[in-house]
Write a protein that binds this ligand. Structure first.
Ligand SMILES: Cc1cc2nc3c(=O)[nH]c(=O)nc-3n(C[C@H](O)[C@H](O)[C@H](O)COP(=O)(O)OP(=O)(O)OC[C@H]3O[C@@H](n4cnc5c(N)ncnc54)[C@H](O)[C@@H]3O)c2cc1C
Length: 370
């Protein structure tokens, strides 16, 4: 079994496959410790997919979410104690999951950059930049949003929908309230900015979800950072584009599956990508295990499970995003500022609710109450 990419999705898949007794090799191009751009917000509900405790990599437990429009007009939502929202450092989470995969028997090769993937009769062959060749009966494509393999093997959307992001990690707490995550809507055209506390610092970022990156992120951060109590030029900026969910498509082929960002699973409204990355890693492992044991003749069960457990909610999330980000001011007034709305968003972020549960009401309100 070969897994390309040691991020959250690949490491989760590698852990579950190794634990099920398969011989797994996890291939990761980056050396350990590289800072990975990510807000790090993640529902604690992901814990149920792992038999070990995830708390060691949780930097903060979020109890409140604050929303602003152009740094004003604040709305605050208390998160229900039963559904916490965690902040993690992605590089720590990825390494922690990968270590658990190794403890369960997986092998990691890093740095190992896959440059070629080929089907050879009944097995898959990958080649590294250095020319090393490896073979496996099955392959997990988990190399993130810039994956060339997902499209090459017809896994996921034909047309990719890309969100543009800029993120910056800053030392110190600034003016952020303890255990509070912040979302700012008005400053960003077709998107939002966030500030999530981590131990000893803050992850700040800007994301746009419709059209080409129209946001002047430099300008936005110049306004946002002083409002958060930091110098306007603080931190090192990282730019990344992110595949967001763009329709129901098969995510499997003969002995191959795509997971996480490589499968374009990221939420098109709030850019939540860690939960679907972990979910798809676990589902991929379950279905590959059955297929490798010849209990099933194909991997269709994987695509079906992701559609039922994630895609159906995202198809509503995409409709909400299309309306909300076209009329963001109306969206903020009629959506976020409604007394019940922040609670709903909090419940979506914590995984207790899907977009389908709220979509019809929200879309009608945004389209007709303007
Ligand atoms: C700025 C930003 C903020 C975000 N904030 C949040 C948030 O707050 N909450 C949330 O839930 N999600 C967030 N996301 C989304 C989330 O980070 C991703 O959805 C998640 O990391 C996807 O995990 P993954 O394992 O699928 O992909 P990745 O984390 O991208 O992992 C892919 C791995 O594959 C490796 N790789 C790539 N190419 C190769 C190759 N050729 N050979 C070998 N290895 C390779 C990479 O080095 C990487 O380690 C954010 C994303 C960005 C960009």
């Amino acid at each position: 079994m070969l897994v390309i990419g040691g991020g959250a999705s690949g490491s989760a898949a590698a852990f579950h496959l190794a634990q099920a007794g398969h011989q797994v090799t996890l291939l990761e191009k980056e050396a350990k410790g590289t800072i990975k751009p990510c807000g790090g917000g993640m529902s604690a509900a992901v814990q149920e997919w792992f038999p070990f405790d995830l708390q060691p990599v949780v930097d903060e437990v979020i109890k409140k979410v604050e929303f602003t429009w152009c740094l004003q007009d604040q709305v605050v939502a208390e998160l229900p104690g039963s559904a916490p929202f965690w902040i993690v450092r992605r590089e720590k989470l990825d390494a922690y999951l990968a270590n658990h995969a190794v403890n369960a028997g997986a092998e990691i090769l890093s740095p190992f950059t896959v440059v070629k993937v080929k089907k050879q009769k009944s097995c898959w062959q990958v080649t590294s930049q250095e020319g090393e060749e490896l073979e496996g009966r099955a392959i997990v494509v988990a190399d993130g949003s810039s994956s060339p393999w997902a499209q090459a093997f017809d896994l996921g959307p034909k047309n990719l929908h890309k969100a543009s992001t800029t993120s910056v990690r800053i030392k110190g707490e600034g003016l952020l309230t303890k255990n509070t995550a912040r979302f700012e809507f008005g400053l960003v055209h077709h998107g939002f900015a966030w500030a999530f506390p981590i131990a000893g610092g803050v992850n700040v970022g800007v994301g746009t979800f419709i059209g080409k990156n129209s946001a002047d992120t430099h300008d936005i951060l110049k306004k946002l950072l002083p409002n958060l109590g930091f110098d306007s030029s603080a931190g090192k900026r990282q730019h990344a584009s992110l595949n967001v969910w763009n329709g129901h498509y098969p995510l499997h082929g003969e002995g191959i599956v795509a997971v996480g960002d490589a499968a374009s699973l990221c939420d098109p409204f709030l850019a939540e990508g860690l939960r679907p990355a972990l979910l798809s890693g676990c589902e991929a492992a379950t279905n590959l295990d059955r297929w490798l044991r010849r209990e099933t003749s194909d991997l269709q069960g994987y695509s079906q499970a992701i559609r039922a457990r994630w895609g159906n909610s995202m198809s509503w999330g995409r409709r909400i995003a299309q309306v909300f980000y076209r009329f963001p001011k109306v969206g903020y007034q009629l959506g976020i500022k409604r007394p019940t709305a922040p609670q709903r968003i909090a419940e979506i972020l914590s995984g207790r609710m899907g977009y389908g549960d709220i979509a019809n009401r929200v879309i009608k309100r945004l389209l007709f109450n303007r």
